[in-house]
Ligand binder design. Sequence first.
Ligand SMILES: [Zn+2]
Length: 199
Amino acid sequence: MPKRKRKPKNIPTSDVSNEDDIVLRETTPLQLRYYGDPVLRKRAEPVTEIAEAERQLAVQMLETLYATGNGIGLAATQVGVLRRLIIVDIGEEDDEEYEPLVLFNPEILSAEGEIVADEGCLSIPDVTAEVKRPEKIVVEGIDVQSKAVRIEANGLLARVLQHEVDHLNGVLFIDRISGLKRQLLKDELLRIQQAERPT
Ligand SMILES: [Zn+2]
């Protein structure tokens, strides 16, 4: 999910001295998949083991996110990998600095309230629409150190987590708007679907 303009940031990929941290190789950003690519409609499989390859994928996804310049979340599906992994980095929000989040097998345990806000998607460039979603959620998943984590989220964090979990189920934010509004976006969606991109 993209956000307003933000500064790109560097993430540590090597020379990590803290023994709890994981030493990772330098990587390059992955190729994003765009609206019209059938992979975006598929359901991702649970991750059964978090080994180096999985951690590496998470770092590559973070790099891919930062390379976009305005991304705040990405699901593995969006780089063509059908495994249940999402990464989120909303940076600073409401004067609070959030850490990047890597979540394997995320599950939304509960949701409450309802709020409408503008949403976009890195796989559907330059299209935004108002989407109604629960306001507060509780999400459980496994972090990059294989530890179970539970996150109580509201605001932008709750929204991006729901958006990325949707991707793992083959759901896009435009599925959550009215048919009439989607009709208005028809030309834009067709343009994205037919755009020529390097393979
Ligand atoms: Zn998206």
